[in-house]
Ligand binder design. Structure first.
Ligand code: ACO
Length: 298
């Protein structure tokens, strides 16, 4: 489709494979499967959930929210709260923070927090600077009220002044009738985003460690947004983390935006690297810009 090569993609991004939703397969289709697996892993039935928060920038439709579509398909009762959060690649961290606050204030007891995306639908397949990077996917976690908190601290940031560096510059305001085949697709100044991501996430990790009086050795796993292996390596180097402490799934998923952190978590929990009681530092950076971290005792 474009002038590129497997070698360029592997070397510059670390991506080897990724997954694209089938024709007609939607964000909610992927999210429902992820949510079912999270419920199964937690041993919780859908009817016991009282909050559904979905992080996505590729909802099935303008409204109802995709979280409501998921609620219906999982047979979660009507008294539940359900809504979407749009914070691009940082969406899952935002969603985790919001769900945690609901639980802390007694507004919910069991929250399904999902990150799901079908970025293949908003890729310009003629733009080699973006079309080789993104994949589709979904990941989910179940948060439950407990005496000992699991989400220990969160930090969220946004800076709308940088919006032009990474966006889909079309929406309802521009009018569907004037939409061209490429106007509703991702545009990105990759190099500028790269530098901003390393700078912001680096500062964030330092800040999180300081705020919690922790040294980097106290953190068992860094679970970063999976945009690019070079961003993760630069970050690890800058912060003095060994790559052995970093969960990497960009090689098999590509950049799945809001799904990337929960997908990475899922892989590392299921393959036994992440163990109960360990300290995880989740972090992400995305369009907005938005960026954030969550320190979690698994
Ligand atoms: N195949 C071959 N060549 C390519 C390709 C490609 N797919 N894409 C770009 N190139 C070329 C460029 O045209 C350029 O050529 P030139 O030197 O002749 O002009 C050259 O490769 C180098 O381009 P750079 O943009 O400098 O490449 P870089 O090493 O920065 O890698 C990349 C590009 C992979 C996009 C990187 O910058 C990146 O990962 N950026 C961050 C992405 C990110 O983190 N996004 C945030 C989250 S996404 C979200 O929120 C939705």
């Amino acid at each position: 489709m474009v002038e590129t090569s497997d070698a360029w993609i592997r070397e510059r991004t670390g991506i080897i494979e990724r997954h694209i939703a089938a024709d007609g397969e939607t964000c909610s289709d992927l999210a429902v499967v992820a949510a079912q697996r999270a419920l199964e892993a937690a041993g919780i039935a859908g009817r016991e959930v009282d909050l559904v928060v979905l992080a996505t920038s590729t909802p099935d439709q303008v409204f109802p929210s995709t979280a409501c579509l998921i609620q219906e398909r999982l047979d979660i009762p009507g008294k539940t709260i359900a809504f979407d959060i749009a914070a691009a690649c940082c969406g899952f961290i935002y969603a985790l923070d919001v769900a945690d606050r609901f639980i802390r204030t007694g507004g919910a007891r069991r929250a399904l927090v999902i990150g799901a995306e079908t970025f293949s639908r908003i890729l310009n397949w003629e733009d080699r600077t973006t079309c080789v990077l993104f994949g589709d996917g979904a990941g989910a976690v179940l948060l439950e009220a407990a005496d000992e908190p699991g989400v220990l601290s969160t930090q969220l940031y946004a800076d709308g002044r940088q919006q032009a560096l990474l966006n889909v510059p079309w929406g309802i305001s521009q009018g569907y009738e004037r939409l061209t085949p490429t106007s509703g697709k991702i545009t990105m100044r990759g190099n500028d985003v790269f530098k901003a991501a390393v700078r912001s996430m680096g500062a964030l990790v330092d800040e999180t460690l300081q705020a919690n009086d922790l040294a980097r050795e106290d953190v068992d796993w860094l679970v970063p947004h999976q945009a690019n292996i070079r961003i993760m390596a630069a970050l690890a180097r800058k912060l003095g983390f060994s790559m052995e402490q970093v969960i990497v799934t960009a090689d098999r998923h590509g950049n799945t935006s809001a799904a990337s952190v929960p997908l990475a978590l899922d892989v590392a929990v299921r393959d036994g690297r992440i163990q109960r009681g360990q300290l995880l530092l989740l972090e992400a950076f995305g369009a907005g810009f938005t960026w954030g971290s969550a320190l979690v005792r698994y």
